[in-house]
Design a protein around this ligand. Sequence first.
Ligand code: 4NP
Length: 160
Amino acid sequence: VTGRTRVLFVCLGNICRSPTAEVVFRAAAAKAGLASRVEIDSAGTGDWHVGDAPDPRAIVHAARRGYDLRPLRARQFSIVDFGRFDWILAMDRSVLDELEAACPSAFAGHLGLFLDVAPEIGERDVPDPYARGPEGFERVLDLVESASDALARRIAASPR
Ligand code: 4NP
């Protein structure tokens, strides 16, 4: 038995998109029988919300679909995360730009856009819902659910 696959989702504040991805992907992985094969976390490139629970709107919209975001607390992405994760998945291109600029050349994992695991979605960015209305949060959930299923299939199909 080799190690687990370690997946980190990264957005700006770690209070809307990446905590949603963390919890939705955890459910998708469990559904795919991968619970014991993956470790899942999330982080933000910014430090404004460190220690905070997810945005109340993200909590409410996720709860309507059966996901509990309440226990999560925001943390800032750290350079040491490159040594701790196999998949580092950015929620949009501006976040990816920042991570690529910080990425050590020795990083052997996969750094990319979360939605690129599911090209059939036809979009690459999960739009930041922070300054938007309820439909912004629903859109995040729709995109994250689709990409999470695709990522679970990808990891299930990969050799251990
Ligand atoms: P997130 O949304 O990156 O999806 O967590 C944001 C949350 C907070 C801020 C920006 C985006 N902010 O500027 O405080």
